[in-house]
Design a protein around this ligand. Structure first.
Ligand SMILES: Nc1nc2c(ncn2[C@@H]2O[C@H](COP(=O)(O)OP(=O)(O)OP(=O)(O)O)[C@@H](O)[C@H]2O)c(=O)[nH]1
Ligand SMILES: [Mg+2]
Length: 413
């Protein structure tokens, strides 16, 4: 029976920017109907389907539309129950999608929710991805009330039955997906998309080479350059020692200049005081979230007293990344700036849970931001809701170096 539902859809569907699409991943065992499901909910035929289990071997990405949701990017994946050396590699490729998506749809069939499903759900939780469970092939086997209530209770999600062959419950399903899509999914995923316009010239200043490393561009600088190219900007790189000549050669002033905090003051000397100059770290801090509170709390560093307790939260477990050392720099920077001795506690959030922060007078997070924007929101939003000042290494670093006011101007609307 074709159910007529009186459903209203609340999400904004008028996305102007190309990257303001919800990113949705479809997961499930081999042959559970993942590719068929994509075709069914988008009314398209682009995902190849086969009776043979394991036919989707590479993640597929489709830019399409779901009626009543709007433009979306959907990822098709290979089976979560794959095995063997090649199968494990395929599972890793499926998992690489987790960093990109805003929402996951986990297909099950025959009421089977076992280790493979539990594993992928743990991954959803790690990446703070909301998800819905869909019992597909319901024309062959409906969802049992026990399976439905067990999953819904254990994971605080919804279980819906669906059939790609007889998609009578399509409206109901799309309504649930629409309601569960997080508001974040409709915001820009661009690092600088809110700040820059097409054809803006953006000057990216780098440190002069050191003997220590052949690698001139840091991971952050590469990410920012990628983002600028995606936004159809014109990124121009210049070493500090070449900056004068670079500026002589470019005919218009850059809309924005980005420099490492360590050479910010040297770079600023080349520009009038009205020029927008920020740091790579502040761009990342702005993107990753909690920025408004961090921005206003940073100044409270001036109110800290001798012996106050500071909690440093390390957000990375990569000891090789240069930003990992920020945790040690912070103590020297702050004690030096305040000319006081404070008590620092260091917690790596990969090793230990975040402690009760009431006993601290200030919380600072640092590291190379290996967490995704969603993970940061998930881990840190309870802290941002508390009445304790919180900021990031990059903002504190800018503050104690006396560049905070100028370097944050581009982010103040
Ligand atoms: N009866 C029934 N068959 C379905 C349904 N959905 C998919 N199928 C069939 O199940 C088989 C597998 O479908 P696919 O969409 O290729 O499944 P998949 O999960 O993408 O499979 P892999 O890519 O191999 O992991 C095909 O023969 C489909 O026609 C459904 O709702 N009901
Ligand atoms: Mg498939």
């Amino acid at each position: 029976m074709n159910q007529q539902l009186n459903i209203s859809f609340t999400q904004n569907t008028n996305c102007e920017k190309a990257d303001i699409f919800p990113y949705i991943g479809i997961f499930g065992r081999k042959n559970s109907g993942k590719s068929s499901f994509i075709n069914a909910i988008t009314n398209q035929e682009f995902a190849p389907i086969s009776k043979v289990a394991g036919s989707t071997k590479e993640p597929g990405k489709y830019i399409t539309t779901i009626e009543n949701i709007g433009n979306v990017i959907i990822y098709d994946t290979s089976g979560i129950d794959d095995y063997g050396e090649a199968g494990e590699k395929r599972i890793q490729k499926t998992k690489s999608i987790l960093k990109k998506i805003d929402f996951a749809i986990l297909l099950i069939t025959d009421n089977l929710f076992a280790e493979s499903e539990k594993k992928i759900v743990r991954d959803f939780q790690t990446f703070a991805i909301p998800f819905i469970v869909v019992q597909n092939k319901s024309d062959l086997q409906g969802i049992s009330s026990i399976t439905k209530s067990q999953i819904e209770k254990a994971y605080l999600t919804k279980v819906i039955e669906f059939s790609c062959l007889k998609p009578t419950k399509k409206n109901e399903l799309i309504f649930e997906i629409s309601n569960m899509l997080p508001a974040e999914a409709f915001k820009t995923k661009s690092l600088l998309g809110d700040l820059v316009k097409t054809n803006d010239v953006i000057l990216l200043v780098t440190q002069d080479e050191t003997d220590i490393s052949d690698q001139i561009l840091t991971f952050t600088q590469i990410e920012i350059a990628n983002d600028l190219i995606k936004n159809a900007c014109i990124p121009i790189f210049s070493k500090l020692s070449e900056l004068k000549k670079t500026l002589e050669k470019i005919p218009i002033s850059p809309a924005l200049t980005i420099a490492p905090a360590t050479i910010y003051s040297d770079v600023a000397l080349y520009f009038p005081s009205t020029t927008m100059i920020t740091t790579y770290g502040i761009v990342m801090a702005h993107y990753k979230g909690g920025f408004e509170k961090s921005l206003s709390d940073t100044r409270k560093i001036d109110t800290l007293k001798e012996g106050d307790h500071i909690l440093i939260l390390q957000l990375s477990n990569d000891h090789t990344c240069p930003e990992f050392k920020e945790q040690n720099e912070l103590q020297i920077l702050i004690d030096g700036y305040l000319n006081k001795k404070l008590n620092y506690s260091l917690i790596n959030i990969f090793d230990s849970p975040i402690p009760d922060i009431k006993k601290y007078q200030f919380v600072i997070f640092c590291g190379c931001f290996h967490l995704t924007k969603k993970q940061i929101a998930n881990q840190l939003s309870p802290l941002f809701a508390k009445n304790i000042p919180i900021s990031s290494f990059d903002l504190i670093n800018a503050f104690v170096k006396g560049i905070f006011e100028r370097a944050t101007i581009p982010f103040k609307t």
